[in-house]
Ligand binder design. Structure first.
Ligand SMILES: [Fe+2]
Length: 377
C-alpha cells in the first residue's frame, strides 16, 4: 500500500473519504471511530456531537489533483488565482431569486454591526440587548416566508465565510425555535439574544488559534474550550436575564455528562443551554464544508434521529426536527433511486422519512428503508 504521513487536522477540515490514521476516542474513553476508517458524513456528525476537535488522518503522496481535496473556500481562492480552472462552480448553487439576494444584502450589513457590537461588549461596553435582538429580527423580517430560512442559511454559508455568520444563524434558529415552542415573547427575545452572544467568549481567545488552519496542540484545544466560561464571565455583570448567561455558560454541556465546562448532566443543564446545544450543533453540522454541494435536510434530520439521543435533550430535539421537516411539506425532491416526487406527509414519529408521491405512486419512506430523500429540488 502507498506510504502516507500522519497529519492532525481540526474536525472542520475533515472531508469525506479521508482515512483515519488513529482511533477517535470519545471524552468518556469509548472508541468512537476506529483507525483506518474512511470518513463518511455520519462520522463527521458523530464527531460534532461528541465535540471532538481534532483527528489524525492519513495523507498520501503524491497528491494527484491538488484541487480535489480543497475546501469550498480554498477552491474559490484557487479559482480566483487560476482563472478558467473553475470546472465545478460553487457559486452556481446560489439561488438567484430577488428574495435571496435581498436577504443576503441585509445579512451582510447586520453581520457587520453584530460583529462590532460583540467586540465592544468584549471590551467592557454595556450590552444593549434590544439593539442586538433587533438585528436578528430585522433579518427574520426580510424573509418572505420563515420557512425560507433553512434553504437560505445553507446557501449563505458557502457564500459568506465570516465568523459571525454562525452567531447570527444560531440566533435566527433560536428565534424560530422559540416560536415553535410557543414561548412567550419575552422568552423568545432572550433566547434570540442568547443565540447571538453564545460564542462571545471566543472574542477573548487568540484569533490566531481560532483561525489556525493546521494542527492545534492539546493546550490550544483546551484554550478553545474555555470560551463557554469566558463568555459567561463577560456577561455575568451585564444587565441581561440570568437564563441568557446560563445558556452561554452551558451551550457545550451534553445530557450524558460528556460536555464542558463542567460535565453537567440532564436536568442540571438549563433549558437555554439545552436548546443552544441543539441549534449550535445543527448549524455547525450543516455548515461543515463537506455538506455544501449536496445538502439534504432529511439526511441531517435522520442523522440527528439516529445519533444524538442521549446527548441532546430529546424533548427539544424532537420538536426541532419535526418542525424542520414540516417546512418541506409540498416540496419537490429527488429520491436515492433518482426518481422525482413531492413530499405529501410528514410522520410525527419519524420526520426524516416522509411519504412521497411519485407520479401516481405513493411511497412511504418509513416502510421503504432502502430509499431516502437525496435532494430538495
Ligand atoms: Fe461554542
Amino acid at each position: 500500500m502507498t506510504d502516507y504521513t500522519r497529519k492532525r487536522i481540526s474536525v472542520n477540515q475533515i472531508k469525506i473519504h479521508m482515512e483515519l490514521a488513529e482511533n477517535v476516542i470519545a471524552p468518556n474513553g469509548m472508541l468512537l471511530i476506529p483507525k483506518d476508517t474512511s470518513i463518511t458524513e455520519k462520522h463527521i456528525f458523530r464527531m460534532n456531537l461528541y465535540q471532538i476537535l481534532s483527528v489524525v488522518i492519513k495523507e498520501y503522496s503524491p497528491i494527484i489533483d491538488a484541487t480535489e481535496t480543497l475546501t469550498v473556500q480554498e477552491r474559490q481562492d484557487y479559482n480566483k488565482e487560476h482563472p478558467g480552472s473553475d470546472q465545478e462552480s460553487i457559486v452556481a448553487y446560489e439561488p438567484k431569486s430577488i428574495n435571496y439576494q435581498n436577504f443576503k444584502e441585509t445579512f451582510v450589513q447586520v453581520e457587520s454591526s453584530v460583529k462590532n457590537e460583540l467586540l465592544a461588549i468584549s471590551d467592557g461596553k454595556s450590552i444593549d440587548p434590544e439593539r442586538l435582538i433587533k438585528s436578528t429580527e430585522t433579518l427574520m423580517g426580510s424573509l418572505r416566508l420563515k420557512s425560507e430560512l433553512f434553504n437560505y442559511m445553507n446557501h449563505l454559508r458557502s457564500d459568506i465565510g465570516h465568523t459571525y455568520v454562525h452567531s447570527l444563524n444560531v440566533s435566527m434558529l433560536c428565534n424560530i425555535f422559540g416560536h415553535w415552542l410557543k414561548m412567550p415573547s419575552d422568552e423568545i427575545e432572550d433566547l434570540t439574544l442568547a443565540g447571538l452572544v453564545h460564542d462571545i467568549g471566543k472574542t477573548q481567545i487568540d484569533q490566531a488559534i481560532l483561525n489556525k488552519p493546521g494542527r492545534l496542540s492539546e493546550e490550544e484545544f483546551i484554550t478553545v474550550k474555555q470560551h463557554a466560561l469566558l463568555g459567561y464571565n463577560l456577561l455575568k455583570d451585564q444587565d441581561i436575564p440570568e437564563r441568557v448567561k446560563q445558556g452561554v455558560l452551558m451551550h457545550h454541556e451534553r445530557n450524558d455528562g460528556s460536555g464542558y465546562p463542567f460535565g453537567l448532566k440532564g436536568d442540571s443543564i438549563s433549558d437555554f443551554g439545552k436548546i443552544l446545544a441543539i441549534l449550535d450543533t445543527y448549524d455547525a453540522m450543516t455548515s461543515n464544508r463537506t455538506y455544501h454541494q449536496k445538502f439534504s435536510p432529511f439526511k441531517v434530520i435522520q442523522m440527528f434521529e439516529q445519533e444524538s439521543y442521549g446527548f441532546l435533550d430529546a424533548r427539544f430535539l424532537y420538536i426541532f426536527l419535526e418542525n424542520i421537516a414540516h417546512n418541506y411539506l409540498g416540496e419537490s425532491v429527488r429520491l436515492s433511486d433518482q426518481r422525482k416526487g413531492k413530499i405529501i406527509f410528514i410522520h410525527n414519529t419519524s420526520p426524516s422519512k416522509p411519504i412521497v408521491q411519485v407520479n401516481q405512486e405513493i411511497i412511504d419512506l418509513m416502510t421503504s428503508p432502502h430509499l431516502a430523500i437525496e435532494e430538495i429540488l
